[in-house]
Design a protein around this ligand. Structure first.
Ligand code: F6R
Length: 230
């Protein structure tokens, strides 16, 4: 696992502290950091802890650019299921971020990332099927930013977010090409449900069937809680 750092934490609170330390350090080193931002459940305690640190004046995100990782298709801007809305509520607004890149059109999005000079940091969760963003298996290393149909596994895992609402079948995702080109990648993994796929990600073959396995080619930091690894 060349270039891979695995940090184990006893519980989700420890994960949030360690991930906040990592992200804060990156922002202190490069205040105009460009960050690809996962939503989903895993990073939420981390984002809450970062917001606390911003509030306490311990770190300053005002020059950071937050880049959207993925979105559903066919929903209105004010739809409660909008991942743009989720990213704004959980990350952009509480951290005082004013610069954002929204994911709507693949070509414009990739051009915007090029204009930024690439991504400095990708904060990622791990799909139960090994997806990154909505790069569903199989996704090759050079899979571009694109629209796609979600797999049954992702429709099922995303159901946990929206209660009675249905999960949209179509999605758009930042490509594997952009994620794997980020200067640093941070993969956050929590809970026993992710144990099998985390081992496959770090120890199995690098394969499009487990898109996250390609992260081993990047400067990857994995922060996992004990339930997700042992
Ligand atoms: C969310 C996203 C997804 C999630 C993944 C894990 O923006 O891109 O890839 O990171 O499905 O989700 P949780 O953290 O809810 O288990």
């Amino acid at each position: 696992m060349t270039g891979v750092s695995l940090q184990l934490q006893p519980n989700p609170e420890g994960l949030a502290q360690a991930a906040s330390d990592f992200i804060s350090e990156q922002v202190r080193t490069k205040p105009d950091l460009s960050i690809l931002v996962a939503t989903g459940h895993t990073p939420m305690p981390t984002y809450a802890e970062l917001a606390r640190r911003v509030e306490a004046g311990e770190v300053d995100f005002s020059r950071v650019t937050a880049v959207q990782l993925d979105e559903y298709l066919g929903i209105d801007d004010d739809d409660p299921r909008s991942l743009w809305g989720w990213m704004r509520r959980s990350f952009v607004q509480p951290l005082g971020i004013t610069r954002t890149v929204r994911l709507k059109n693949p070509h414009q999005f990739e051009a915007a990332i090029r204009n930024l000079g690439g991504l400095d940091l990708a904060i990622l969760g791990l799909g139960p099927n090994g997806h990154l963003g909505f790069n569903e298996p199989p996704s090759a290393m050079d899979a571009p930013t694109r629209t796609l149909e979600l797999t049954p596994a992702s429709l099922e895992s995303n159901r946990a977010y929206w209660g009675e609402l249905t999960v949209p079948a179509g999605a758009i995702t930042a490509g594997m090409n952009l994620i794997l080109a980020a200067r640093q990648t941070l993969l956050l993994v929590s809970g026993v449900r992710k144990r099998g796929i985390l081992h496959a990600t770090l120890e199995g073959p690098e394969t499009p069937e487990v898109p996250a396995s390609f992260l081993r080619r990047t400067a990857l930091t994995v922060i996992a809680d004990g339930a997700a690894w042992t």
